[in-house]
Design a protein around this ligand. Structure first.
Ligand code: AHR
Length: 503
């Protein structure tokens, strides 16, 4: 068996494990809203049509914040269509997903859902087909207390108190030629800056996210961020990153190394933002909002779109996630935590049905996909301060990323509670013997070792009929002796190792 070692020291602080790193995303796409979180008439729906089984799973998942309403959808969306009496709402063509949007669910329903799900709302404004005025109108409707036409309209619709939405995305993926209202970096940068200035006049407490690239493979990546930030740096609080990791080619070694790619992407955007800050003599460091990330079998999207004409809530990209995908998701969370000093917001895309941890049948049950588990356990136990770890161990070769470390780790220490969580992924095809050095935490005792291992049945998935085929398993409690701990990490596995100070 190969060996690796990691030293944990509470002095190696990265920053607080911000709850906003455990965000998710609800888009009007496929069956995320309709048949996902909202399905009037479903046996588990409440009197507002919200599926309580999905609400229960959302709370169990530990999601802290949810971005809404898109995604590509928002770039052609008129938010006014989704408020007011349900019978008066127009049916529209949604060009992004070739779908009929009924507008039965809109902003007010989302806010009710968010409160029930115990999540912070993160809203996106349409800067594709719309501009400064419509963004201001939406903010006034949502956050202004009353005494104006739009804030009083919200009150008339039943929400007496302002929603107080703090986080706002200035459009979505406007660098992408597929985007309705696609723009050049200068066109978007000017519009985003003017929208940001006006929005902060209405409510100076909002935090704003400028659109970065749709993914790190875009031909304009790097230049887009630099140009957009030259226009917007002083007006915004975050620049966004989106990236999906595609396992369609079956190259397990490469997909397991997706965290290496995410690491490099984050480092590049940090460097670009800091370059612009230096140029503009800005002392404030910009934060990053990784507001779309996940595993996605992207080759399946075109087939989904080709299969039909204009219909309501079609099944779109309802990927079945495997045990390997769950290990990848666990590792992407490790990567996000490692950058907690600069990444302040992250949203796994999406929450229900559409490349999602929660799946449902319309009219039927809801279940947890494999990727649900590492997310839920990380959200639950990554509390306190993120600690830097520097694993020493073997590497292996990948077709996509060259030679990569087999072991990836991060630690989170809750000093007050005296609790330490170490998250570790063994990407390698063989078991790994890990030597954990905890001598800087002399009172640490092992509490739990949970693993989700993919080597024996890598393609296993959960389904409505077999919802627990891929779940985490408990291994022996880690034994600490003289501040050292030897642990076996199964091949191709995600692991949670918990320790607590002996009182
Ligand atoms: O999450 C699915 C889609 O992926 C989003 O609508 C878009 O922003 C991204 O390209």
């Amino acid at each position: 068996m190969q060996t690796a070692s990691v030293t944990i020291d509470p002095a190696f602080r990265v920053g607080p494990a911000d709850r906003r790193l455990f965000g998710s995303f609800v888009e009007h796409m496929g069956r995320c809203v309709y048949g996902g979180i909202f399905e009037p008439g479903h046996p588990a729906a409440d009197d507002r049509g919200l599926r309580t089984d999905v609400l229960d799973l959302t709370r169990e998942l530990g999601v802290s914040m949810v971005r809404y309403p898109g995604g590509n959808f928002v770039s052609g969306y008129r938010w006014e269509d989704g408020v007011g009496p349900a019978g008066d709402r127009p049916r529209r063509l949604d060009l992004a997903w070739k779908t009929i949007e009924t507008n039965a669910f809109g902003l007010d329903e989302f806010m009710v859902w968010a409160r029930a799900a115990e999540v912070e709302p993160m809203m996106a404004v349409n800067l594709g087909t719309r501009g400064v005025q419509e963004a201001c109108d939406l903010l006034e409707y949502a956050n202004h207390p009353g005494g104006t036409q739009l804030s009083d309209l919200r009150r008339k619709h039943g929400a007496e108190e302002p929603y107080g939405v703090r986080l706002w995305c200035l459009g979505n993926e406007l660098d992408g030629p597929w985007q309705v209202g696609h723009k050049t970096a200068d066109e978007y940068g000017r519009l985003a800056a003017e929208t940001a200035r006006a929005m902060k006049m209405i409510d100076p407490s909002v935090s704003l996210v400028a659109c970065g690239s749709s993914n790190s493979g875009m031909p304009t990546f790097g230049d887009w961020e630099a140009r957009v930030l030259e226009h917007t740096y002083e007006h915004v609080d975050y620049i966004s990153l989106h990236n999906y990791y595609d396992p369609s080619d079956g190259d397990v070694d490469s997909i397991l190394a997706s965290g290496v790619d995410m690491d490099a992407f984050i480092d590049s955007v940090v460097a670009t933002a800091d370059h612009v800050a230096a140029k503009l003599r800005q002392r404030r460091k910009l934060k990053l909002s990784f507001d779309e990330w996940n595993v996605w079998y992207q080759s399946r999207l075109q087939a989904d779109l080709d299969r039909r004409g204009w219909v309501e809530a079609p099944a779109l990209i309802e990927d079945d996630f495997t045990a390997v995908d769950a290990v990848v998701v666990g590792d992407l969370l490790i990567t996000l935590l490692r950058h907690a000093d600069r990444v302040g917001v992250a949203c796994q895309a999406q929450l229900a049905n559409v490349i999602a941890p929660i799946r449902t049948h319309t009219g039927g049950p809801a279940w947890r996909q494999s990727i649900f588990h590492p997310f839920a356990l990380t959200a639950r136990y990554a509390r306190g301060t993120v600690l830097r770890t520097e694993p020493i161990g073997p590497e292996y070769d990948t077709a996509r990323y060259g030679s990569v470390p087999a072991l990836d780790t991060v630690a989170v220490y809750d000093e007050e509670a005296g609790e330490l969580a170490v998250f570790a992924v063994n990407r390698g095809a063989g078991d790994l013997a890990l030597d954990l050095d905890l001598r800087s935490l002399p009172a640490a005792a092992g509490v739990q070792h949970v693993t989700l291992a993919a080597a024996t049945d890598p393609g296993a998935v959960n389904s409505a009929d077999a919802p627990d085929r891929v779940i985490p398993r408990e291994l022996d409690r880690p034994a600490v002796d003289g501040g050292r701990c030897q642990i076996r990490l199964p091949a191709r596995s995600w692991n949670l190792l918990r320790f607590a100070n002996r009182r």
